[in-house]
Design a protein around this ligand. Structure first.
Ligand SMILES: *[C@@H]1O[C@H](CO)[C@@H](O)[C@H](O)[C@H]1NC(C)=O
Ligand SMILES: *[C@@H]1O[C@H](CO)[C@@H](O)[C@H](O)[C@H]1NC(C)=O
Length: 392
């Protein structure tokens, strides 16, 4: 027993020493492979311009060594999606590329039980007011277009400068894998789709309307059962960029449907008002599965060009009356405009894409407080950084 536990600890330590690869997207047209050394130095291994002029989002299929890159192609009439093969030395080689509707900004994978050898992904197109879907051979990284949904509005929303048109901004797959949700910042709705289990095609169903002018951007599902697939005790949390709010909803499933009951709405600044110009961005569940982490952009909470993370406690699902979410506090993001972040749960670290600082930072995930902790490493890159992910 003693020997076993020593081996286990050694395995964990060995793993920690290896788990050091990151990929960052830059609006200067680069996708960069970064290495985090044991002494917490971030260095560039390689970069590629194969993803187009303004890479906005990265999605990794680590077991198949394939990186999916969205090119927002700012100001162009079409975006692109590129698949890249990842290699142990950090180089990335192009596999396939397709033109898309304008302005792809986020994607997520899902599957259809009837087509086990293929996967599917949906893409939110901000400037193109669209959602597109693709079917992919996950091993080869070769993909083809399946569907495009394009939306219109008869009049601008309350925040006319940002709500001139529908702006799908996020894609989130529910824990049962049967539904795909797309928060639409321009239209103040979350578009909801049922995944056809035989074809993988998305079937639009009743959307979830949110407060006018709130600007839903991204979302996460949470259950007290963790990542175990379940359809009971499921909650949806949304980050709303224009109102700087977190909203929580209790999820109920029916045979082919999903419905939502609001249980919480609160500022990403707790009781404080939002600093002028601030705009909430990314949302994630903590590795301990008890907190919600939201990044706040351009708030200067920790000094000039030093923005924050807001941390909330998830609903206590022990009883219906106890469905409470609470704001726990603000924690440093170590730079300006944390548009995206990735928590490496096995390594207890957070990588942050700092758009305005044009850098990537890695900070400690503090298990004690269940929040982002001390700064470990920082790397300036070329251009604004909209996304950073781990390859562990
Ligand atoms: C490229 O953009 C044009 C103009 O918006 C659009 O009609 C076309 O469908 C787009 N192409 C693809 C492959 O989505
Ligand atoms: C998830 O499922 C595994 C295997 O059934 C179980 O051991 C574990 O306790 C579950 N986790 C939670 C949080 O329910």
């Amino acid at each position: 027993m003693k020997i076993l536990s020593i081996c286990f600890a050694a395995f964990l330590c060995g793993h920690a020493a290896l788990a050091t690869r990151l990929y960052a997207a830059s609006y200067a047209g680069f996708v960069t492979s970064l290495d985090l050394s044991k002494s917490n130095e971030l260095s560039t291994l390689s970069h590629t311009t194969d993803c187009g002029s303004s890479p906005s989002w990265l999605m990794l299929d680590s077991p198949n060594s394939i990186l999916y890159c969205l090119d927002e192609a700012i100001d162009a009439s079409n975006g692109t999606i590129t698949t890249l093969r990842t290699h142990p030395d950090g180089t990335l080689t192009k596999l396939a590329q397709l033109k898309t509707p304008a302005g792809p900004v986020m994607s997520a994978m899902y599957s259809a039980p009837g087509i086990p050898n293929r996967k599917f992904f949906a893409v939110a197109h901000y400037s193109g007011s669209s959602v597109s879907t693709y079917s992919v051979d996950p091993v080869l990284g070769l993909f083809k277009p399946e569907q495009t949904f394009t939306y219109q509005m008869t009049a601008p929303g309350p925040v006319a400068s940002r709500q001139d048109a529908p702006h799908p901004h996020g894609v989130v797959v529910d824990p049962t894998g049967r539904f795909v949700l797309v928060p639409d910042l321009g239209a103040d709705v979350v578009r909801v789709f049922h995944v056809n289990p035989l074809t993988g095609l998305l079937e639009p169903i009743e959307p979830l309307a949110v407060n006018p002018g709130s600007g839903p951007r991204h979302g996460v599902f949470w259950s007290p059962h963790g990542s175990n697939s379940t359809s009971s005790d499921v909650y949806l949390y949304l980050v709303q960029e224009l109102s700087n709010e977190l909203s929580g909803f209790r999820v109920t499933y029916s045979e082919n449907g999903i419905s939502f009951r609001k249980i919480y709405e609160g500022s990403t600044y707790g009781d404080g008002s939002s600093p002028a110009g601030s705009k909430a961005a990314e949302i994630a569940i903590s590795p301990e599965n008890n907190h919600i982490v939201v990044s706040n952009r351009l708030d200067n909470t920790f000094g000039p060009n030093k923005d924050s993370f807001a941390v909330f406690m998830c609903a206590d699902a022990s009883g219906k009356e106890a469905e409470r979410v609470s704001f726990l506090g603000l924690y440093p993001a170590y730079g300006s405009s944390p548009r995206h972040f990735s928590i490496a749960s096995t390594q207890t670290m957070v990588a942050v894409a700092l758009e305005s600082s044009q850098s990537v930072v890695v900070s400690r995930w503090d298990k004690g407080s269940g929040a982002p902790g001390t700064l470990l490493a920082e790397k300036k890159l070329d251009g604004e950084i909209p996304s950073v992910i781990w390859d562990i």
